[in-house]
Write a protein that binds this ligand. Structure first.
Ligand SMILES: CC1=C(CCC(=O)O)c2cc3nc(cc4[nH]c(cc5[nH]c(cc1n2)c(C)c5CCC(=O)O)c(CCC(=O)O)c4C)C(CCC(=O)O)=C3C
Ligand SMILES: [Fe+2]
Length: 369
């Protein structure tokens, strides 16, 4: 690849925005849910309930247009900095599928692709499952497959944390009397306890990654307000067999506890999600909002990072840094909080789904075991 003036993202020929995917209409809902839950042991009732969440929005998940907006914002920021890196988009569970996008990229001459997976935090669901998925796509393409690297988890990238902080401050300002005296309820997707344990086997776990972001934001808010901030980490969207333990407290249960303890206003901050997809639009904006209203709690929902400039530009910083590292240059990954940058290649044994058990599914960007 020839370099012109501007930022170098060599050796990469393309950035792949690799996401979850979602249905675009009523007819897509069932086949989409089948894709997601294949081999996962999700009970029929749960599937029917989640299907209803989608039908509530005419079978259309907001996630696809949000990814298109992020793709456009990443393109614009790369272009603004003079980097020539095409941004393509592919999903795990719905069209456009990753394998089709990579086939196209390869046909256009891409030999090396950097993948940005849209989960900020590492766990089986947010990291290894994407790396298995990418390995499968590459295997399917055979000799036509480009080499694919994966950008490290970005939960502690300063722009991502900053964007969440700004959104919490903005939501707080809509409460009576402002953010002072409000309880900040940080929310993320629940995962099974076994998935949490597996995520913590080789480094800071899924919960600990969120706790680190919470501590960073709390400290910044405390400084701004000149007073300590009360906060909690809660979870939403649990599924699976009800007898299997998942991370708690559920956000609705936490709201009840807070009400019983006399809290009257909260900011609900979905730091676990990068855009307002279904878990946010339904589980928080409908369910948790109803719970709060029923308890007499004033609740303001903080925006997700979406395409905020600080977030998008932080991701581009990470892309530039990774490209430089691949060229053999010295780099200093910039992070906030206590945990430091995660490795580019996941260590052996990281984020296996079942505690202590090798899933045996091939991966890229990390050891297979
Ligand atoms: C940690 C995590 C993220 C990361 C946060 C992030 O990346 O943002 C995430 C993202 C997403 N999950 C999504 C949708 C679904 N997830 C399901 C099921 C599950 N998710 C899990 C965890 C996570 N999921 C788990 C442990 C299960 C149980 C089955 C299994 O072990 O895999 C099911 C099946 C029904 C159900 O069980 O609820 C659906 C439909 C969508 C699309 C939303 C839209 O359409 O807008 C997105 C972005
Ligand atoms: Fe999910």
């Amino acid at each position: 690849m020839t370099e012109t003036a501007g930022l170098s993202t060599s050796p990469y020929d393309a950035l792949l925005l690799c996401s979850f995917g979602g249905p675009n209409g009523t007819d897509d809902v069932l086949p989409f849910l089948k894709n997601v839950t294949r081999g996962k042991g999700i009970p029929e009732e749960r599937l029917a309930a989640v299907g209803e969440h989608y039908h509530h929005f005419d079978g259309r998940s907001p996630i696809n247009e949000q990814n298109l907006a992020l793709q456009a914002a990443l393109r614009a920021e790369l272009e603004r900095r003079g980097a020539r890196l095409p941004v393509v988009w592919g999903n795990r569970n719905w069209h456009p599928y990753t394998v089709d996008t990579l086939r196209d990229a390869s046909a256009f001459g891409a030999k090396r692709v950097l993948a940005l997976v849209t989960s900020a935090y590492a766990s089986y669901s947010g990291s290894r499952q994407y790396r298995e998925h990418l390995a499968a796509a590459i295997a399917e393409l055979g000799d036509d497959a480009p080499r694919v690297d994966v950008l490290r988890p970005f939960f502690n990238e300063p722009g991502f944390v900053r964007a969440n902080l700004d959104a919490i401050r903005e939501a707080g300002s809509t409460l009576e009397g402002g953010l002072a005296g409000a309880h900040v309820v940080y929310v993320t997707h629940s995962i099974p306890d076994t998935m949490q344990d597996a995520s913590a086997a080789t480094g800071p776990g899924y919960r600990e990654q969120h706790e680190d972001v919470r501590a960073t934001i709390d400290a910044a808010l405390c400084e701004e307000l000149g007073a300590p901030v009360a906060s909690s980490l809660a979870y939403c969207s649990r599924s699976g067999d009800p007898r299997v333990p998942w991370l708690e407290p559920d956000v609705n249960d936490l709201l009840e506890e807070l009400a019983a303890a006399g809290e009257r206003k909260v900011v609900i901050a979905p730091i676990g999600f990068i855009s307002d997809h279904m878990e946010v639009a339904y589980d928080l904006d409908i369910e948790a909002a109803e719970t709060a209203a029923g308890l007499g709690i004033q609740a303001a929902r903080a925006a997700t990072v979406g395409v905020r400039e600080t977030f998008v530009s932080g991701i581009v910083d990470m892309i530039v840094e990774r490209a430089a590292r691949e060229r053999g240059e010295e780099t200093v990954p910039v992070t906030v909080g206590e945990l430091g940058a995660f490795p580019d290649e996941a260590p052996p044994g990281s984020c296996r789904m079942r505690h202590g058990e090798v899933t045996g599914i091939p991966v890229i960007a990390g050891a297979e075991d």
